[in-house]
Ligand binder design. Structure first.
Ligand code: CA
Length: 405
């Protein structure tokens, strides 16, 4: 089917146009691509063919140069590409520059600068609090309703969808064990999250205001924060996650521009505690910071959960304000994860820790019971968001297979 004949209702139609980086089959050259249906348009080649000034900005090997260009340029380029694709006068020139997805290799689309991960779902935080700290009176820690809690992850181990994940080894000690042991994790888990990609840097010493979120953040992707619960539980007190998380974080190959998600913007849940001014998104002039993204989690093709991103208590704008509140600067390519997305219902939980209640209630899958992941398991996150006129905006899936260490 020719690339322009995208079926009505395709979640990757002309209303979406996410960006990625690909190599055509048989080549190792990394080129910036824009997805349309099941095809990828070579963006720099199209710009060159049509005499567009954006040719060098859209030249690979990563999206970083484009990400750094800023909101006005992001909009101009999106308008230009939309015109190339929708105006039949351009079709003859650019049709040869499309490749079918089956004829390309997709790469990590941007060079990841810093990677930070948050903990923004109240449902998730309450469930994990009950599981990890059963003796606490309140499953939420005293700070939880006052600031978005986060930790610094390892940017060098962020990998693109399709990359195998090697089961990590580490130190673990169950409360009843007399001494710690070292070996492959026996409680390997996923965390279904959304990753936000920073384009425009900020100056050291200058916090980024809530209202400036869209000037800095280009777009979002699905993210799987693989987690070894046994390693995590033993190591995390008092400085937080470390080796239980840093072995791999998977992201989708496609970055969806925020501009494609205008119709998915929603108000976050009602705030139960007053917020300090730098986080107060009820202030006049602050736009709603939530996004209505419908996520689906599948293990070996079997859907086990459908977490709703609209239930997240803390928004991406608040997380950006929090991580720069001390004057820490942003760099192009910074990535921050939302935290596990868990809704209020059991089948809306975004990790096995919650879905199986720490292994107590294993999932019944067609290929057997699962408390945690087994070698060979393939975990796939997918999602869509409402677009204009009842259309769906698809997010690129993120998939990974667990292999023995
Ligand atoms: Ca996480």
């Amino acid at each position: 089917m020719p690339p322009f004949d995208v079926p009505e209702g395709d979640p990757f139609g002309t209303h979406n146009l996410p960006y990625g980086v690909f190599s055509p089959s048989g080549s190792t050259e990394r080129r910036v691509g824009v997805r349309l249906g099941d095809h990828v348009l070579d963006a720099a080649a199209a710009a060159a063919a049509l005499g567009s000034p954006y040719h060098s900005l859209l030249t690979g090997p990563t999206l970083n140069q484009f990400l750094a260009a800023g909101r006005a340029t992001w909009s101009d380029v999106r308008r230009a590409i939309t015109s190339w694709i929708t105006n039949p006068a351009h079709h003859e020139a650019i049709e040869p520059l499309f490749r079918h997805l089956s004829e390309v290799t997709l790469h990590l689309p941007f060079e990841v600068a810093d990677y930070v991960d948050f903990y923004a779902s109240e449902n998730h935080a309450r469930n994990v609090g009950q599981i990890f700290r059963p003796d606490s009176a309140d499953p939420l820690t005293p700070n939880w309703k006052h600031l978005p809690i986060g930790y610094h992850g390892r940017s060098g181990t962020v990998v693109v969808s399709g990359t195998d994940v090697v089961r990590p080894s580490g130190q673990r000690k169950a409360p009843t064990d007399p001494a710690p042991v070292f070996g492959p994790s026996v409680r390997l888990d996923i965390e279904a999250e959304v990753g936000f990609v920073v384009g425009v840097p900020s100056r050291l010493g200058s916090p980024v205001a809530l209202g400036d979120f869209r000037e800095h953040v280009f777009g979002l992707c699905l993210l799987n924060d693989w987690s070894a619960r046994d390693i995590q539980a033993w190591e995390y007190v008092p400085l937080g996650p470390f080796l239980g998380k840093s072995f791999a974080t998977s992201v989708s190959a496609w970055i969806t521009p925020l501009e494609a998600l205008e119709h998915a913007r929603v108000a976050p849940p009602e705030r139960t505690h007053p917020l300090l001014p730098y986080l107060d998104d009820s202030a006049p002039g602050i736009e709603p910071g939530g996004y209505d993204l419908r996520i689906s989690v599948a293990i070996n093709g079997h859907v086990v959960s459908e977490p709703p991103f609209s239930t997240m208590y803390w928004t991406a704008a608040q997380q950006l304000a929090q991580m720069t509140a001390n004057g820490a600067s942003l760099r192009t390519g910074d990535l921050y994860g939302s935290g596990t997305v868990s809704g209020p219902e059991e089948r809306q939980r975004g990790c096995l820790l919650e879905l199986t209640w720490s292994g107590r209630d294993p999932l019944e899958l067609p290929d057997g019971k699962r408390a945690f992941l087994e070698d060979g398991d393939v975990v796939t996150l997918s999602a869509w968001a409402p677009g204009a006129d009842g259309r769906r905006v698809g997010l690129g899936e993120v998939s990974g297979r667990v292999v023995a260490g």
